[in-house]
Design a binder for this molecule. Sequence first.
Ligand code: MN
Length: 128
Amino acid sequence: MEKNKLLVVEDNEVNLKLYMYMLKTIDAEILIARTGVEALEVIEKFKPSVIILDIQIPEIDGLEVARRVRKNLELKDITIIAVTAYSMVGDKEKILQSGCNYYVSKPIDTRKFPIIIERLLKGEQLDI
Ligand code: MN
């Protein structure tokens, strides 16, 4: 069976390193994108099964990336988990409306997060 692909979209190098550390034991091929434009290119080319999507990224923000993914029927089965520093009321709704399946706020819980990603890669539906 082909290995699952996991895309990490994050523009901050420190956060990116943290993700790589957290996800080092995950059984998936990890792809990286640092901007919205790069993310869309990688998504179309490699069709990852799960995307960890920072909402605040350069060029095209995470919400717009999610909207464009959802417009493409070929990509409809991709699971998107949004990560954001926003703490404003109403943001969660906005993020889910853009087409993201899940939402977590920074700071990331480094113990729970890899477990969440592992389960998403297995195609499980989570209550988070
Ligand atoms: Mn960011």
